[in-house]
Design a protein around this ligand. Structure first.
Ligand SMILES: Nc1ncnc2c1ncn2[C@@H]1O[C@H](COP(=O)(O)OP(=O)(O)OP(=O)(O)O)[C@@H](O)[C@H]1O
Ligand SMILES: [Mg+2]
Length: 409
């Protein structure tokens, strides 16, 4: 059975014309009709579930159920009974015999979402059912058999989890026979335009808002953002802007304003003290770097526009963050030689001569400049006339480093 990619896209609602997404669709067309397990990887919001549905829909099992199991959402204590069922009386609360998901999905497909979150105990049993179709209900010794096709998805790096002994290597090898990696949106920016069109049309239609389109320049700016939440984030962004700018043609300024809000939210999230972030420290650092790159790109864009004589984009509109006080670097603890002004900023007291320390002034200058430049260290260093290396050292010396509580576990 040969699957036509255009039909596959249409029937599964998968938008995109980029080479990368067409490659993914080509793979799906190849593997869908064959009864093998598929591991779908990709960042959050890239469309892993959409692809899993497409595979099931174009498989021989399409007229039977696809059961979706979110392995990360089921409490560890009950996951085995959820997956494989249980016998009445096998544990407190087991008042009836119960079929598990593998039994319910018999003859159909089971989609094990967030497989990286499955507890090790359940992984052993998953491997067995994947290899032989055999499983036992909790509290029973009778071996049962199920005929399911397994699809699994994760946004985790399973190789890393295997190294940390959090994921079984044998299960990983079993799952990765066919692996489909869904590229991040930032790696297929050509898809932004058709996705925006689709999301905007769907949204305006269901909310009876007039849709007058996005200016090409606005789309161009959107292509420069890194979209850490991928297609889900893009969809929310489009819906939000449609509500805020009801019935208007979406301009570059509107997009800039919204994107800056998004960036401010995430940057101040990152720098408020203390916060717990649910990502690895490397990922958090990469995010910060990507955001700084985005700001840098915007600056380049601004200069380009100014050179091209674009009067519409003035400094504040392009980057209102420069004047924004929302950045919570660290609240300076004023030194006694400084008084606190109305806006909360310390200033040298008139009668303080004789008690001023250079280092307090220096620290104050660094705090203010960092805040002014939204914690952008490159710009801060430049503005203070010191090297970035010196700035890093001083941030450390004065203990100005935001204390981000990292969750590496
Ligand atoms: N190619 C696409 N075309 C149209 N809509 C898409 C596409 N990919 C994803 N979407 C939409 O983006 C949203 C996120 O997709 P999905 O839930 O499949 O992502 P995910 O990778 O499973 O995310 P997570 O890792 O957070 O579970 C959904 O609303 C989905 O309909
Ligand atoms: Mg998902």
């Amino acid at each position: 059975m040969k699957i036509d990619i255009q039909r596959l896209q249409k029937q599964s609602g998968i938008i995109g014309t980029s080479e990368k997404i067409l490659e993914v669709l080509g793979l799906i067309a190849q593997v869908a009709p064959v009864d093998i397990s598929v591991l779908i990887t990709g960042e959050s919001g890239t469309g892993k579930e959409v692809m899993a549905r497409a595979i099931h829909k174009h498989s021989k099992r399409s007229n039977i159920l696809m059961v979706t199991v979110n392995c990360g959402a089921i409490p560890e204590g009950i996951i085995e009974s959820e997956l494989f069922g249980h016998k009445k009386g096998s544990f407190t609360g087991a008042s009836e015999d119960r079929k598990g998901y593998f039994e319910q999905a018999n003859k159909g497909t089971i989609f094990l979402d967030e497989i990286g979150e499955a507890p090790l105990g359940a992984q052993v049993k998953l491997l067995r059912v994947l290899e032989t179709g055999e499983y036992m209900r909790v509290g029973e010794s009778k071996v049962r058999y199920t005929d399911v096709r397994v699809l699994a998805a994760t946004n985790k790096n399973l190789v890393e989890l295997v190294k940390k002994n959090q994921f079984r290597q044998d299960l990983y090898y079993r799952l990765k026979t066919v692996r489909i990696n869904i590229p991040s949106l930032r790696d297929r920016v050509e898809d932004i335009n058709p996705l925006v069109e689709r999301f905007a049309l769907e949204f305006t239609r269901s909310n009876e808002i007039l849709y007058r389109g996005f200016m090409p320049e606005a789309i161009r700016v959107m292509k420069q953002y890194d979209w850490p939440g991928n297609i889900r984030e893009l969809k929310n962004f489009v819906e939000k802007i449609m509500v805020l700018e009801k019935g208007e043609r979406i301009t570059v300024d509107m997009v800039n304003r919204e994107l800056n809000d998004v960036l401010l939210d995430s940057v101040s999230d990152n720098f408020q003290l203390p916060i717990s972030i649910n990502r690895s420290s490397e990922q958090a650092e990469i995010d910060i770097i990507l955001r700084q790159l985005f700001l840098l790109r915007q600056d380049t864009e601004l200069i380009r526009n100014l050179l091209a004589g674009d009067k519409e984009n003035n400094m504040l509109e392009v980057n209102p963050m420069l004047s924004n006080d929302n950045m919570k670097v660290i609240s300076p603890i004023p030194d006694s030689s400084m008084e606190v002004t109305e806006d909360g900023q310390p200033l040298i007291r008139d009668d303080a001569i004789g008690e001023i320390l250079m280092k307090n002034l220096e620290k104050e200058a660094i705090i203010r400049t960092l805040r002014f430049y939204n914690n952008n260290r490159r710009k801060t260093a430049k503005s203070l006339g010191i090297s970035e290396r010196t700035l890093y050292r001083k941030i450390e010396d004065y203990n100005l480093e935001p204390k981000i509580k990292r969750n590496n576990g």
